[in-house]
Write a protein that binds this ligand. Structure first.
Ligand code: ATP
Ligand code: MG
Ligand code: MG
Ligand code: MG
Length: 473
């Protein structure tokens, strides 16, 4: 089954079961300053769940554009390294607003997976929250799964919350066993393990509470259901491939990268990772820009900028040193433009902005490389073997120069990096920027800000959320 067929089968199934099919909302959440990006299907229904808004329907289903880079759910660093994470992905979901609850949610999910999609029951597991006896009992009755395949897990995996405050509740994840050859092989590998063997495909959230500012749980007026299943993950299961990136949803983009680079997807582990990072990031950048985000030094625009730069860096691994991402936009639009017509409308603008951004960055990259060369030369003359944190920071700060490029080049010439010094400089810069920061959260004026920025060459000042230890810029 192709990705687009699964998307349709899902929406058709829930429409037949009385659900209103609601179009995806924007990746930029409408009037929710607490949230950087839409990161789940339920985001557009938040006020309905809270009982603050009435809709003419009590059950809905959607295929929602989601972004998990920056903010609470941040999967950016996973991209390229796990088979199942993207920054941008599509989340299939069904929702009940005070209508049905646990029993029906479990029954629908089970029927859709085993009857409509025909997945073998022997490969499926259900997890429930440690204290949720009710859910365990329901799973046993409805699915007939044996006790050992209904697993209790703790808060980390089985208690869902949208943010630090807001709707939350115990959840139940459906897991597909991809087989021992996919896993980490450790004896303790079991559902809940971070490796790719026990693939979480669907999360059913039993929304019972709202968490307030002081962390207290208040019961919601009407218990509700919020579910989310990653389209790319279920597509990988249906297509019998072990990575989301090997599904038909990415085939056209991979083909495009192969044509531009002259490399073949999966010819070596390094090339595989680069293809995946680039494919993910160009897709994310295209969707973000089609929703009005433009590269900038702050907030959403800054996350977009980092995504583009990270793609650029992996492009270098494939020998791509000229702007290339903008040439891949058409492959994204070809796969997703029918379902998301905003991509078709934005294509021309997205290509232009991306090209300008790439040119600008590659220029600073070139300048940064020159400076790095000079530094390495003078260090060598002094007989030094360690690149000072101050130098790494200056390259990053003034040229937006990803420190991992410094690392790659430094290591290949036998230098080590003073990352502690870099962290120290970063912390000081962050402090300075915090003291001088007067504004609130910026929204629409991002476009204007970016224009101003382009007219006057401003230094790179995006420090927030960056830690040299954790991030690969
Ligand atoms: P994981 O534990 O694998 O990181 P999660 O528990 O964070 O996933 P949920 O918040 O439960 O994910 O989201 C619901 C569903 O969305 C998941 O079951 C999965 O199918 C999908 N999903 C979540 N994060 C991603 C991602 N980064 N890329 C692709 N699909 C995702
Ligand atoms: Mg996650
Ligand atoms: Mg999980
Ligand atoms: Mg989950």
């Amino acid at each position: 089954m192709k990705g687009r067929e699964i998307r349709k089968a899902f929406l058709d199934y829930f429409a037949q079961n009385g659900h209103e099919i609601v179009p995806s909302s924007s990746l930029v959440p409408a009037d929710d300053p607490t949230l950087l990006f839409t990161n789940a299907g339920m985001v557009q229904f938040k006020r309905v769940f809270l009982g603050e808004e009435e809709r003419p329907y009590k059950r809905a289903a959607s295929c929602q554009k989601c972004m998990r880079a920056g903010g609470k759910h941040n999967d950016l660093e996973n991209v390229g390294y796990t088979a199942r994470h993207h920054t941008f992905f599509e989340m299939l979901g069904n929702f009940s607003f005070g209508d049905y609850f646990k029993a029906e949610a479990i029954a629908y999910a089970w029927e859709f997976l085993t009857k409509v999609l025909g997945l073998p029951k022997e490969r499926l597991y259900a997890t429930v929250f440690r204290e949720d006896d009710e859910a365990e009992e329901l799973w046993r009755k409805i699915s007939g799964l044996p006790a050992e395949r209904i697993v209790r897990l703790g808060e980390k995996d089985n208690f869902w919350a949208m943010g630090d405050t807001g709707p939350c509740g115990p959840c139940s994840e459906i897991i597909y066993d991809q087989g021992p050859e996919v896993g980490c092989g450790r004896p303790e590998c079991a559902p809940g393990c971070d490796c790719d063997r026990f693939l979480e495909i669907w999360n059913l959230v039993f929304m019972q509470y709202e968490r307030d500012e002081s962390g207290n749980l208040q019961p919601l007026p009407k218990p509700s259901i919020d579910t989310g299943m990653g389209l790319e993950r279920i597509a990988s299961v249906m297509q019998g491939v072990q990575s989301n990136y090997d599904t038909d949803l990415f085939a056209g983009i991979m083909q495009g990268i192969a044509e531009l680079s002259g490399k073949e997807y999966r010819e070596s582990p390094e090339v595989t990772a680069a293809f995946r990072v680039i494919a993910d990031h160009v897709r994310a950048a295209t969707f973000l820009m089609a929703d009005g985000v433009v590269p900038s030094n702050e907030g959403r625009g800054y996350v977009l900028r980092r995504i583009i730069r990270r793609a650029e860096r992996f492009g270098r691994t494939l020998g791509l040193t000229e702007p290339f991402l903008f040439r891949l936009v058409a492959t994204v639009v070809a796969e997703f433009g029918d379902f998301y017509p905003e991509l078709k409308r934005a294509q021309g603008a997205v290509e232009k902005i991306l090209q300008i951004e790439e040119e600008r960055f590659l220029e600073t990259l070139a300048r940064g490389l020159e400076i790095l060369e000079e530094e390495l030369k003078s260090l060598s003359e002094k007989g030094a073997k360690r690149i000072p944190g101050e130098v790494i920071f200056r390259l990053y700060d003034t040229y937006g120069f990803p420190y991992d490029i410094v690392r790659d080049i430094g290591l290949s010439r036998g230098f080590e990096l003073d990352m502690e010094g870099f962290e120290r400089e970063l912390a000081q810069a962050r402090e300075r920027s915090r003291k001088s920061w007067k504004g609130g959260l910026t929204k629409a004026p991002e476009v204007l800000k970016d224009l101003t920025e382009r007219l006057s060459e401003t230094p790179f000042v995006g420090y927030e959320g960056l830690s040299a230890k954790a991030e690969v810029l």
